[in-house]
Design a protein around this ligand. Structure first.
Ligand code: GRF
Length: 194
């Protein structure tokens, strides 16, 4: 397996809005020699995001942009990322929709993880809807971000079997654990030979 040293790692920004378990997981992965990425910065629209506390504790660069003025904040983020040579953005529970212009500037370089087997169950409350529809399987997807919600090209998916007595909460927990594995696999698949 190829080994990556600090200098040849892809500088990555992680965008979060909440707990940030995917962010923490990617950060831990990024510290290993097998990781093609380095977490350069974590960006959030929510100053109270738990993931931001983690970033502060670990002294990871972090920045809050409220997104109240989306265009202004996106432009600030774009120049900020450019100055830091960031070439990959990983969305991880980021609850804002990025503009077409922003996505174009990072075309093919924005990834997202979504807790369903896309193209099924785009958007919010996936686990509730999956259970209500009596689906037998759900899962998670890592995909490229394009200008339509949860619709970019799929990179990897993982299936999870739904048990009869599953609640949205325990299904979410099982799927989240798979998301953590899948995000790392997807990044390795895309960047291991960069
Ligand atoms: C994950 O289920 C992710 O798929 C979805 O939001 C959740 C974020 O969880 N987009 P966390 O903040 O990474 O713990």
């Amino acid at each position: 397996m190829k080994k990556f040293l600090g200098l040849n790692k892809v500088k990555t920004a992680i965008f979060i809005s909440g707990t940030g378990s995917n962010f923490k997981n990617l950060y831990k992965f990024s510290l290993s020699k097998n990781s093609p990425i380095k977490v350069e910065i974590v960006i959030s629209n929510n100053s109270k995001a738990k993931g931001i506390n983690f970033a502060k504790k670990k002294k990871i660069n972090n920045k809050i942009f409220s997104f109240k003025n989306k265009i202004r904040d996106e432009n600030k983020i774009l120049s900020f990322l450019k100055n830091r040579d960031v070439t990959l953005i990983c969305l991880a529970g980021f609850m804002r929709i990025l503009s077409k212009n922003f996505i174009k500037k990072f075309s093919g370089k924005i990834l997202n993880v979504h807790p369903s087997l896309l193209p099924k169950y785009k958007g919010l409350n996936t686990h509730e809807r999956v259970i209500k529809n009596k689906e037998k399987f759900s899962g998670c997807t890592v995909h490229y971000v394009n200008s339509k919600l949860d619709s970019g090209k799929i990179i990897l998916q993982k299936k999870v079997k739904i048990a009869k007595n599953d609640t949205p909460k325990n299904l979410a927990k099982r799927i989240l654990a798979k998301e953590h594995q899948l995000y790392i696999q997807a990044i390795s698949k895309l960047y291991s030979n960069h």
